[in-house]
Design a protein. Structure first.
Length: 293
């Protein structure tokens, strides 16, 4: 694993709060794709030292820790809202703003409206967190979600052609105090892209902050030589920062036993590989047999 990446993980593990661990890692990591004309970077994105300093100097009351059943997307939105609200570089004006026509027809929802004081701009931001696996459909490459119900091209198209346009086409549905403000529409997709194992091991350039591998359960023997121990991430809210030092590490034999049982009811399980010094090597998904069919 890249030294800078490993050091960043170690710094996040020194943070006491799991909520702040997830928040810092979410803001720190780059997006999984570039959205032409709509790209946005959070203040201090990619700057671990600055994010750690923000935590040290910010005397803020943390919300209750997330329960395991909270949907991942809602949890990530909560993290972003907290950051925009408590960061000195931004002033949050609205979050999860529903646009309702004639008091009964819901047109859509805007994720965040805020002022970026560094850019000196007002931003309408659409945010998503996604975990996509590279596979093929009709002999063409595609990035598909573990549930197979979502794929990246469709998400990007909806951001470009619908969600980011709402602040321009339906501004009359804003609260009166915001209607005269000129907002710039932006979008960002965080998360991770996972490549087939046989492709991953041949990749010479990887962005380990937002890339990993995936394999079918029948390929799991490959992990026996990849790591000395393994962490299993069974709750989706822990996908954001899967390298917590609180994670119990297990042997390859226990990994095989647990993964085989788990994948009888689920499509996927996230696995983190560790070396003999308990340093993370990489992370990926072990998928049920014959996924995505």
């Amino acid at each position: 694993m890249n030294r800078i990446y490993l050091e960043s993980i170690q710094k996040v593990n020194r943070i006491d709060s799991p909520f702040l661990q997830n928040l810092v890692w979410l803001i720190y990591c780059p997006p999984i794709t570039t959205l032409e004309g709509l790209s946005y970077s959070f203040p201090n994105q990619g700057k671990m030292a600055a994010l750690i300093d923000w935590i040290k100097i910010s005397k803020i009351e943390l919300p209750d820790q997330a329960k395991n059943y909270i949907p991942l997307g809602k949890y990530a939105e909560k993290l972003v809202k907290f950051y925009l609200k408590h960061n000195n570089s931004t002033e949050l004006l609205a979050a999860n703003l529903q646009l309702i026509e004639n008091e009964k027809i819901t047109i859509g929802e805007l994720d965040y409206l805020f002022e970026d004081k560094v850019l000196d701009e007002f931003i309408h931001l659409e945010f998503s967190i996604k975990y996509y696996l590279k596979t093929t459909r009709d002999d063409k490459p595609i990035f598909l979600g573990p549930s197979t119900e979502d794929f990246m091209a469709r998400k990007v198209n909806r951001l470009l052609n619908h969600q980011t346009k709402l602040s321009q086409t339906h501004k009359h549905l804003f609260p009166i105090s915001l209607q005269e403000i000129k907002f710039k529409s932006k979008a960002i997709i965080k998360g991770c892209l996972f490549f087939p194992w046989e492709e991953w091991i041949l990749m010479t350039k990887r962005n380990e902050t937002n890339e990993g591998w995936w394999m079918s359960i029948d390929q799991i023997a490959n992990l026996n030589s990849q790591g000395a121990e393994f962490g299993l991430i069974t709750q989706k809210i822990n996908w954001i920062f899967p390298y917590s030092k609180q994670q119990e590490l297990i042997s390859f034999e226990k990994l095989m036993e647990f993964a085989g049982s788990h994948l009888k009811q689920a499509n996927e399980i996230m696995v983190v590989c560790y070396d003999a010094m308990a340093n993370p090597i990489d992370r990926g998904f072990v998928m049920k047999q014959n996924w995505p069919n």
